[in-house]
Design a protein around this ligand. Structure first.
Ligand code: CU
Length: 135
């Protein structure tokens, strides 16, 4: 479970198609005031948006996500569900498992191959001092 105040999701939308290319996203992680269940509170957004925007890629593409932590008061990290991460296990992302939590004002680049069609979640790991509720 993620803590309800910090859960944020995005999608990877992968389609089967011909040519491989690179899709690049510059994502600033920011606090956004939102009412995901009708009650307003700060949630983690991307580029001041919540719900978070999707990543769209074609199978075979290289996905690059340049993530900058602009939360100011919390570490974060992005992890990708359902991506095989063949030869890129360190890009899977869970904070404290394959990557260190990303401190405020720092950036990390995720890069991996989109290797299967489908719709997948990517999620922010809560900060380290809230990680009892994260995974
Ligand atoms: Cu998750």
């Amino acid at each position: 479970m993620h803590s309800p105040g910090t859960l944020s999701l995005s999608f990877l939308l992968l389609q089967r198609l011909a040519r491989a290319s690179t899709v690049t996203y510059d994502w600033n992680v920011t606090w956004v005031w939102a009412k995901p269940d009708g009650f307003g509170r700060p949630v983690i957004g991307i580029n001041n948006q919540w719900p978070c925007p999707p990543i769209a890629a074609t199978v075979g593409d290289t996905v690059v996500v340049n993530l900058n932590n602009q939360l100011g008061n919390q570490t974060t990290g992005l992890h990708f569900h359902g991506i095989n991460q063949v030869q890129t296990p360190d890009m899977d992302g869970p904070s404290g498992v394959t990557q260190c939590p990303l401190p405020p004002d720092l950036s990390v680049t995720y890069q991996f191959t989109a290797d299967a069609p489908g719709t997948f979640w990517c999620m922010f790991s809560p900060g380290q001092w809230r990680s009892a509720a994260g995974h």
